[in-house]
Design a protein. Sequence first.
Length: 271
Amino acid sequence: MSEHSHSHGDHSHGDDAGHDHPHRSRPTSGDDPLPGVQHVILVMSGKGGVGKSTTATNLAMALSKRGFRTGLLDADIYGPSIPTMLGVTGRPVSTDGKTIAPLERFGIKLMSIGFLLDDPKSAVIWRGPMLHGALQQFLKDVAWGDLDYLVLDLPPGTGDVALSLAQRTSVTGAVIVTTPQNVATDDVFKSVSMCTKVDIPVLGVVENMSWFIDSAGVKHELFGAGGGQAIADFAKAPLLVQIPIDQNVREWGDKGTPIVQAMPESTVAAA
Ligand code: ADP
């Protein structure tokens, strides 16, 4: 008998020992599509364009830099932007005819629904059931292997994707991304309600594009204020961070190197 409990699974890689896991591993049932994955984190938003993919990408980068084995699934069929943000092109291949090998970049295992679309525009007409089906298939058929964290970038405004996911696999928690303005927050309340309904803990709220600091150092709250805190209060979760609008975030994102990788010492990256 070993004196160790194996509740965190078997971490054979050497650099894990110094890390404490912030959350307990997911309980997995026999038919769980992700048997080798310790933590599944959903990144959700009410609307598109609020920085959800940027958050998901940089979160995955940050976890990977801390030595966690990390995967990133871009399930945002309406705008699969993660391949661009990480500078990945090419198609994943299947070596055994059954599972698809994820691509890899900066040590992160990466899969995007965009890799599999012949015509990226065709996905836009997908309706709920097709989307749910594709996502389940994706989780099951991708050879993720053993991971500490799998970060899922979900399509915007679809709390129901989280719901169908939660029915099939146990989810560690969700990170909600919003901007400070009210129009964005209306939808985001629905995502939070959906999480609560299916017992997905809201780990925290990220408020993006909170303000802009001009060259004279003056702070402008372009999209209003208070949205992130309001969502956090509603979700009874912490407001993790307020990220200012920073040209570098967009520029590095477009160039295929996320800010956490390109400018690790900058304040936006620390956020
Ligand atoms: P979503 O996934 O919510 O649609 P994205 O993460 O794709 O949003 O972000 C939309 C665009 O805004 C991208 O071009 C991204 O680089 C840019 N962006 C996101 N956050 C910031 C920020 N804090 N400052 C500047 N540009 C940002």
